[in-house]
Design a protein around this ligand. Structure first.
Ligand code: PLP
Length: 347
């Protein structure tokens, strides 16, 4: 089901539009003032998020960025460092929010493989000291979008969590797409969130809701997060109208993420057949296909756009395609036709 203007939009899973079931739930949502904690639909969404992630409590916030920023403020001490993947969203795409909002510096660890290990955390902590800032937090990104949506395995999360715990610092997970990780690895999402102190996930990405993310953690952390949300201007009032779609997303959209993963793999196979070396299809485990731009025709995105297919640049070296619920098999076939046509034309 292409977008209303007929284009096949593979730029991001954030472009998904709410389903009719979500729209019905939104129209019928019971609401109250959530800043007073009185919106029953928001409360239901937060309880559901906590239950699914195996945490005590959750907080509904407008965006994944705000959830990450709240986590940085909760855990990070001003004048210290948070360790994260060097290509993490929190490092690259949050407008230096760590410095502006939390007074902390981000310390990027090599994440070429899509993750880093407990030994990397231990080394960075050991290197801190009199001449170098202390480490007050570790963050991971699951799935890791810069590594083509690679999911962190349970053992990898546990390894980093153990190192963080040995260093006496908390672990936050940017789990914008943690349900993609859980589906791809065929594990309960709580196995991936359990080792972390706080976890955020988005209902507004592959799960298809229009707006919102949940920050999950201990009762104390989430009580504090509620204050931070207010401080950042994220307190919403009758937010049940959007939370209702989030509930439908969590209850109905998780299993179907496997379709997006299957389609991403097919897409990677086609791109790699047309331009060998551009992407390794076997490494595509979730809904992202990240291709080496240098191996693709220079004007690929423009030529795709002329044929009604949208893709994007993750960074100057990487062309990214993302599959999601608003791209079905017929849309994908259209994208393949456009890619083959361009390959012939530019050969
Ligand atoms: C890994 C990751 N974390 C955080 C975010 C931020 O989410 P939002 O766009 O809701 O602020 C994104 C957004 O694309 C993301 O990909």
């Amino acid at each position: 089901m292409a977008s209303p203007d007929g284009r096949v939009d593979l730029r991001s899973d954030t472009v998904t539009r709410p389903t009719s079931e979500m729209r019905r739930a939104m129209a019928a949502a019971e609401v109250g003032d959530d800043v007073y904690g009185e919106d029953p639909t928001v409360n239901r969404l937060e309880a559901l998020a906590a239950e699914r992630t195996g945490t005590d409590a959750a907080l509904f916030v407008p965006s994944g960025t705000m959830a990450n920023q709240i986590a940085l403020r909760l855990h990070g001490r001003p004048g210290t460092e948070a360790l994260c993947g060097e290509r993490a969203h929190v490092m690259r795409f949050e407008m230096a929010g760590a410095a502006a909002n939390a007074g902390i510096q981000l310390h990027g660890l090599a994440d070429e493989a899509g993750c880093f290990g407990g030994a990397d955390v231990a080394r960075a902590v050991e290197a801190s000291g009199y001449h170098r800032p202390a480490v007050s937090l570790v963050t991971i990104e699951n799935t890791c979008q810069a590594a083509g949506g690679r999911p962190w395995r349970v053992g990898e999360v546990e390894d980093v969590a153990a190192a963080a715990s040995r260093a006496g610092v908390p672990l936050h997970c940017d789990g914008a797409r943690i349900f993609n990780a859980a589906v791809a690895l065929d594990v309960d999402v709580s196995a991936l969130t359990g080792p972390c102190d706080t976890v955020m996930f988005c209902v507004s990405k592959g799960l298809g809701a229009p707006i919102g993310s949940l920050l999950c953690g201990s009762r104390e952390a989430i009580a504090e997060a509620r204050v931070e949300r207010r401080r950042l201007g994220g307190g919403m009032r009758q937010a049940g109208v959007i939370a209702a779609a989030g509930i439908v997303a969590i209850e109905t959209a998780v299993d179907r993420l496997a379709d997006d993963h299957r389609r991403a793999r097919r897409l990677a196979e086609v791109v790699s057949d047309l331009w060998p070396g551009s992407v390794d299809p076997a490494a595509v485990e979730t809904n992202m296909v990240c291709c080496a731009a240098a191996t693709l025709p220079e004007k690929l995105l423009g030529a795709l756009g002329e044929r009604g297919v949208l893709a994007g640049m993750l960074d100057p070296a990487t062309v990214r395609f993302v599959t999601h619920r608003d791209v079905d098999d017929a849309d994908l076939d259209r994208a393949f036709e456009a890619l083959r046509d361009i390959a012939l034309e530019m050969a």
